[in-house]
Design a protein around this ligand. Sequence first.
Ligand SMILES: Cc1cc2nc3c(=O)[nH]c(=O)nc-3n(C[C@H](O)[C@H](O)[C@H](O)COP(=O)(O)OP(=O)(O)OC[C@H]3O[C@@H](n4cnc5c(N)ncnc54)[C@H](O)[C@@H]3O)c2cc1C
Length: 382
Amino acid sequence: MQKSADAVIIGGGIIGLAVAFYLTKANYGKILLVEKEALFGTGATAKAAGGIRAQFTTKENIEMSMLSEKLFCSFKEDTGHEALFDQVGYMFLIKDDKDAEIFQKSYELQKSLGLKILKLKPEEIAQYAPHVSIEGVQFAMFCPDDGLGDPHEFLTGYEKAARKAGLEIAFDTEVTSIEQVDGKITKVITSQGDIETSMVINCAGPFAKEIGSMVGANVKVEPVRRQIVTTGELSFIEPFFPMVVDVSSGLYCHKESKGMLLGWADKNVKASYDISIDPDYTDNILERALELIPQLDEAEIGNEWAGLYEVTPDHRAIIGFEPTVQGMFHVTGFSGHGFMHAPAAGLVTAEILTGKKPSIDISEYAPDRFKEGQLIKETNVI
Ligand SMILES: Cc1cc2nc3c(=O)[nH]c(=O)nc-3n(C[C@H](O)[C@H](O)[C@H](O)COP(=O)(O)OP(=O)(O)OC[C@H]3O[C@@H](n4cnc5c(N)ncnc54)[C@H](O)[C@@H]3O)c2cc1C
């Protein structure tokens, strides 16, 4: 393969496809997406729980979500393809005083940005999330516009629309190095041959750091394993059951098929590419889930899997040009929010690369912010 392209997108997960969709829509030119696997969406995207929420502690993350939720709602109109954004809402249960203070503060910020957000008394929880234990709960935050989506459905919609608009795709093609001359990108070297280009968009998810290192850039993304368990069919789960997060235990759950999906972020897991299933991790999830929803004692385990978050030191994405190399743009480091932020990330990337003012200010996501050491951390991470 000896090819050329105006832009090469590395990575065919939800981020790479969202970027491809918005770039082709903006008539950027000839775009080639390279994916090392034989199919799209087999990386972190395949492992996501499907949660979509705007309840964050930082202004930029709230705005990214609010824009994304708008784009999830207009997905069919924009792409021509159907994908369900099931707006069952997202509920955070607050038990500890420290969390109460943080959530109260972010509630004010979210409201000031126009988010529809409800602060619920413990006795109001059951009408939105029946069967959830309210023991020790001080209050809950509930946003009815948040919800759930199937990342694969949205990825497929982006893919079909982008292909129709001229996107070229190379599967089974691993990027092995990137050449530059005088600080400008000239070529992408792959397992299937070379691609001449002056623009590379790094959408490699948990592998973004490896891609950065090919041009001498220090992309601050670490791969961190996260696990999920699903149950078999449950008699008691209502179709309106939302995503529920027990902030003190870190357990999150939502309806999944006819049962539930249960997840938990083990803060002690060290960065690595290991995605084997750890039985102790599974036990920890089940233990926490039983505390939250005692009726789960009737549940049978359906499935379980592990995948990688692509984590930055401040749990906020990296979107922007690599300052040291002309023609290198990163869209990565979503730290567990990459599915829900994909529409906004794709749109703002296309806007920036076509010289337009981005729909929202993403200067806080600049790749070089880590040098200054004054990071504003996103603390509502699960
Ligand atoms: C257990 C779990 C639960 C999650 N739950 C949620 C959730 O509820 N909501 C949410 O918003 N997010 C969630 N996430 C996070 C979300 O899945 C990710 O943020 C998102 O999928 C990142 O998408 P991506 O396209 O950047 O990465 P990926 O989907 O990993 O795609 C990157 C692609 O790059 C390819 N690639 C890598 N290196 C190369 C190379 N050298 N050459 C060619 N191709 C290459 C890979 O093969 C891969 O297909 C979850 C993640 C996990 C693990």
